[in-house]
Ligand binder design. Structure first.
Ligand SMILES: Cc1cc2nc3c(=O)[nH]c(=O)nc-3n(C[C@H](O)[C@H](O)[C@H](O)COP(=O)(O)OP(=O)(O)OC[C@H]3O[C@@H](n4cnc5c(N)ncnc54)[C@H](O)[C@@H]3O)c2cc1C
Length: 399
């Protein structure tokens, strides 16, 4: 029996490991387009930029792991076609037959045509090469388009390197769609206090090269002269292969609750998968934890497991001296009510977000003892005790 995995990122590596963990003894072929063994991306916008970690340290598995676990790792090879009827695909002129297949092709940076066509130096951040190249420019003047997680993490690293940073965001607050207004304000204040020029409700109207170098004009009239422009406006699922193979695709590869695609022998997981979550409905999650957990879950499903993937999304970020963890999912409507505990000034905070009387998401900043309690509240009916901020979070579940 052969189980193949296309896409050698964290999802693919986690799936391969889980297959062996579950006692699967057949062949495993793991194919990736990048010239590297699978690696983790969070350090690309944190430790590597800050000089606290190296690309080698971001590896998902030790070098010898693939051989030891009889995983045939083929790097530097993009699979462009699948024969789903014959259950084969070509790799470097060789045909690989599979019994079950996992597509874990992830996502790629969303491009901004206006920037790409401007002729000015423009950067994106998705790969280790892009991280290493970006690191060299952090001490200069940086214009970041998009105040999402990656844009803000790079802003933080650039300020640490002594660079001048302007961030442009079309929404009214950074991260507002992900975490809601109340906590988004914490991040806006954090960056402004660290000297970032944060332009909200603003877009880029002009980007050009003149005698003075790069000239950027924002919709609020501000003119910026950056050495480099980083476009950080999100990512698009890498669905080309699935589409070419005739799988159902709609903002990601459509998978059922067990992560199976419209083809009974093909599964998809991680950034590329648009999953039918039993509690949250259709959802595509671009998080490190989801890459690991869905990769493992898909492995178990390929071995016959019938459990739905029901884990709630989990995300973390590190910016300056602030660490944050977030569990749950807000959805488009956001929350009806938020209960916040802690101290805004020192940013040791936790927050529980409630819709229709139920806790749908929860997060903390620098309040590491809160993590387990916040998780425990997910999905439960909010009580008066939870809403009473004179009761410590740790005591809210009691009674
Ligand atoms: C800079 C950065 C920082 C991040 N920080 C955080 C964080 O702090 N916290 C958090 O929770 N998440 C973070 N994330 C998100 C997290 O890294 C992703 O959710 C995770 O990498 C998804 O893993 P994946 O394996 O599904 O996809 P990917 O990492 O995109 O890997 C997919 C792989 O498949 C390859 N591939 C694509 N098409 C083909 C093909 N046709 N043939 C062969 N190979 C192919 C790609 O080249 C790629 O190597 C960050 C992401 C980035 C980019």
């Amino acid at each position: 029996m052969t189980i193949a995995v296309i896409g050698a990122g964290l999802t693919g590596a986690s799936a391969a490991a889980e297959l062996r963990e579950q006692g699967y003894d057949g062949d495993i072929v793991l194919v990736g387009a990048e010239p590297h063994a699978p690696y983790e991306r969070p350090p690309l916008s944190k430790d590597i930029l800050l000089g606290k970690g190296t690309a080698a340290e971001a590896a998902a598995k030790d070098e010898g792991w693939y051989t030891e676990h009889r995983v045939e790792l083929i790097t530097g090879t993009r699979v462009t076609a699948l024969d789903t009827a014959a259950r084969t695909f070509d790799v470097d002129g060789r045909s690989v037959s599979y019994d079950e297949l996992l597509i874990a092709t992830g996502a790629t940076s969303r491009h901004l045509a206006m920037a790409d066509e401007s002729g000015v130096p423009v950067a994106y951040l998705r790969t280790v090469e892009e991280s290493e190249a970006l690191k060299e420019h952090l001490g200069g003047s940086l214009l970041i388009i998009g105040a999402g997680w990656i844009g803000l993490e790079v802003a933080s690293a650039a300020r640490a390197a002594g660079g001048s940073v302007t961030v442009v965001e079309s929404a009214s607050l950074p991260l507002v769609a992900a975490i809601g207004e109340d906590m988004a304000r914490v991040f806006a204040d954090l960056h402004r206090e660290h000297g970032v020029h944060l332009h909200l409700d603003t877009s880029l109207t002009t980007l050009e090269q003149d005698e003075g170098g790069t000239r950027a004009v924002l919709s609020d009239g501000t003119e910026v002269r950056p050495d480099l422009v980083l476009v950080a406006i999100g990512a698009e699922p890498e669905t080309a292969l699935a589409e070419a193979a005739g799988l159902e695709v709609d903002h990601g590869i459509l998978v059922d609750s067990r992560l199976r695609t419209s083809d009974p022998h093909i599964y998809a997981a991680g950034d590329v998968a648009n999953h039918d979550h039993p509690d949250l409905g259709r959802l595509r999650v671009e998080h490190w934890d989801t890459a690991i957990q869905q990769g493992k879950h898909a492995a178990r499903s390929m071995l016959g497991g019938q459990e739905p993937y029901a884990r709630q999304p989990y995300f973390f970020t590190d910016q300056y001296d602030l660490g944050m963890e977030y569990v749950g999912h807000l959805g488009r409507e956001g929350y009806d009510e938020i209960v916040m505990r802690g101290d805004r000034a020192s940013r040791v905070l936790n927050a529980v977000m409630i819709t229709d009387g139920k806790v749908i998401a929860a997060m903390h900043t620098n309040d590491w003892d809160a993590t387990d309690h916040l998780r425990a509240w997910l999905g439960l009916e909010a009580t008066d005790r939870l809403r009473d901020t004179s009761v410590a979070l740790a005591d809210t579940l009691a009674g």
